[in-house]
Every structure is written in C-alpha cells, then in structure tokens.
Design a protein around this ligand. Structure first.
Ligand code: SF4
Length: 404
C-alpha cells in the first residue's frame, strides 16, 4: 500500500500483474516467450496465489495455437504525407485537435434480410453491433459519419421485439465500395450470421428517400392461443369503438399520461402521476385478416420455429402503421382485440415492411415505384418510369430470393 501511495504521488501507474518484470509488453511470439522463460513475472501477492510458471506455459500454448512462431515484422510506414498516428507523436503534438477527414465518396444501398432462428433473441441494439461486423467480415467498407463520434452510416427499420422472427427486415447502408447489388448480397451471404439471410439489394440514387421516410406499414403474423376465436377480434376491429390498451413502463420508457392517481403505501395514501401510456390501437391498426392455412405450410412454420404440436390455433395477419408517432405493437393489438389473457401464449413474426397504402402496398426495394409515388405526391409533371430511373442514375433493384 505504501509503494502504491508513493507511486500515486508521482502520478505513476503500477504495471498489471502477470506481465514480465521491466518489460513493456507480453511476449508476442513463441520465440520471444521461450527466450523469456526465465523472466520474473510481476505479482503483488494479493492472495489469489497464481501459479506463475503455469501462466508462462499457458501463454506459450496459445501462441503456438495462433502459429505466432516468430515476432511480427514492424508494419511498413506508408510513404505518404499523412501525419503519423497520434500515439507516436510527442505529448505536446498529441494534444492538438486532429485534422478533419476529407469527406468520403460513398454510395447508398438498401438491403433485405431475415432474422430467424437463434438470432431472434438478439435485441435490436445487439443486432446493430453485430451487422457492422458482418460487413467487415465480407470485406465491405462502410462509410462513417463525420464529427467527434464517427458512426457507421446505417439506418434500420423499426425495431423488432425480442423473440419476434422476421422474414423481411430492411437496412439502408452507405458504402465506400462501388458494388452491384447482386455482388453485395453474395458477399454478405458468404459471411453472414446464422439466421440472417440476405435476400435482396438495391442501389439508392441521390434523391431517393431514406428508409425511415418510405416505410408506411408492417405486416405481422400472430398465432393466437388455442381456443381463442379469431373472429371475435375481427368483429371488434370492424366496429367503431376505440380499442384502448395501457402500455406499462417506467417514466423513461412508457412515459405518463398525466393522470393523477393515489396509491396505498403501507398505512399512507400517496398521490402521484400514473405511469405508462394509453394507446388507441385503432389509430395504428390498418387491417386484421385470418391467415390462410394453406400459406402457413410446414416449411414456413419451421422457418419461424413455430411448433407443429398441440391443438390447432388461429393465425391472423395484422397490418400496423409505421410512424414516428406512438404506434401499437402486435402484442397490444392482441390485448385490445382478444383480451390480456390471450397475450400470454402468442407467437409473433414480421412478414413484411411496405411503403404505399394498405390498399396499394409498394415494396421498399422497388425504387422505380417509390420514385413515382414521390413524384405524384409532389404534383410534378409525370415522367416515364424509365426516364426517371435514367435521371437518378441508379440500376434497378435485384431480388435474389423471394422472402417466403
Ligand atoms: S497472485 Fe494476485 S497479484 Fe499475483 S499474479 Fe495472481 S492475481 Fe496477480
């Protein structure tokens, strides 16, 4: 403790234990590790009583397994005018702000993929971390945003709930590489995660809207519990009464509707604000259909990991609005139409994401139709579809495999 105290006064760090004494780094090759067999390892005698000899042997074992037989040659210094990495600069030079990088020339792509199998238990934020690794393994160079915290330029479709499979996920990505959509899909498919299959791609033009501005609705398949009558929910939907559910959550997640409530806490009554939000499912539910049993065949059930056993269960297809505002989740729709008990044993899968209207859905990879929609919406003089594609300079989308 006294030694540590003196070091702290001198603003010095103690080297980590297990490292060779008076060496800057651990040996990085079998040759270096064998040469340093007699080196003492740092140990502060904390009481764990490590076997330091075994630690040296273990390092040798792993270096052999990595085929690190001899020390790696120093990386060649690039013959450019670029400044050396900041770690090699003297301290005074290091404190200067780094030069802003020149903007990269990049191309935008829209990709379609599945989320099936074990990957459905990967949360949205985990998936956001995994997909850039897939891109890196596929040898793709993703463009990064500028600024103090550069981030890969990716735009995801609305997040899926944990455990919800999807046959149609979309992502917009900005790449430095210039690849054809088919080549991009093939390279990703080679290095993908188990359960993530890349189904199609399209190269976006400069004027094409990002994913968040083209998606209008999503279709979900919901398998109701045994004994629940799907028709009862459909007739509720056909009525005109509001379909109210409460989204539970704490202040940060579910928010509050501002309603004053009183809770009994022990012998006292405590007044507060009700947490959670009231949602009218009807405002975001566009359609409820009984799903055709013929379409839900064995292969599709297997892909969604839905069991074949047990009594027959009704399957409904829900079309839900995608919007920046508060929209209902599939589970909330089931609660509003079939009651809270029905939500205990449901299976949910996202079947597709669409642009356009419920009556006239448009595939978000069909760029020509999307451009036409934008043109009509902005009341511009209509152009021929082929002419519009030529103007945008983008090739048509490639659909490598159907999603179903
Ligand atoms: S005994 Fe404690 S201090 Fe020594 S090497 Fe093991 S963990 Fe580190």
């Amino acid at each position: 403790m006294l030694k540590e105290y003196r070091r702290a006064l001198k603003d010095r760090l103690s080297p980590p234990c297990g490292k060779p004494y008076k060496k800057l780094l651990h040996p990085s090759s079998v040759e270096a590790a064998e040469a340093g067999r007699k080196d003492k390892l740092i140990c502060y005698d904390c009481g764990v009583a490590c076997d330091l000899g075994a630690m040296k042997e273990e390092r040798l074992y792993f270096l052999r397994r990595m085929n690190a037989w001899s020390p790696a040659a120093p990386a060649p210094v690039p013959a450019t005018d670029e400044p050396p990495p900041s770690s090699l600069l003297p301290k005074r030079a290091r404190s200067r702000p780094t030069t802003r990088l020149a903007p990269q020339i990049s191309l935008r792509y829209r990709l379609r993929y599945t989320k099936l199998g074990r990957v459905v238990f990967l949360g949205h934020l985990d998936l956001i971390r995994h997909l850039p690794r897939v891109f890196r393994r596929a040898g793709l160079e993703v463009a990064y945003s500028a600024g103090f915290h550069p981030k890969p330029e990716l735009t995801f479709a609305p997040a899926l709930g944990l455990g919800v499979a999807s046959l149609d996920e979309l992502i917009d990505i900005r790449l430095v590489d210039d690849l054809s959509p088919a080549e991009l899909v093939a390279r990703l498919q080679e290095k993908t995660l188990d359960g993530v299959s890349w189904l199609g791609a399209a190269r976006l033009g400069d004027g094409d809207r990002p994913l968040g501005r083209v998606l209008s609705n999503a279709t979900y398949l919901v398998r109701l519990p045994a004994g629940v009558d799907a028709e009862s929910g459909r007739s509720l939907f056909a009525g005109s009464n509001p379909l109210i559910v409460r989204r539970q959550g704490d202040d940060g997640d579910g928010g509050s509707d501002g309603a004053k409530v009183t809770h009994q806490v022990g012998p006292r009554l405590v007044r507060g604000v009700r947490l959670g939000r009231t949602i009218d499912v009807r405002s975001s539910l566009l359609d409820v259909q009984l799903y055709d049993e013929q379409l839900l065949n064995r292969a599709l059930r297997a892909r969604l990991s839905w069991s074949e056993e047990g009594p027959p269960r009704s399957v409904v297809a829900l079309r839900i609005r995608v919007s920046q505002d508060l929209t209902a989740r599939p589970r909330e729709v089931v609660e509003a139409l079939w009651g809270r008990e029905a939500t205990a044993d449901i299976e949910v899968a996202r079947l597709g994401l669409q642009s356009g209207t419920a009556a006239d859905p448009v595939d978000p990879l069909d760029l020509e139709r999307l451009r036409e929609m934008v043109r009509l919406a902005s009341h511009h003089e209509p152009l021929a579809v082929t002419e519009a594609a030529e103007l945008s300079g983008s090739p048509p989308s490639v659909q490598v495999q159907s999603s179903l």
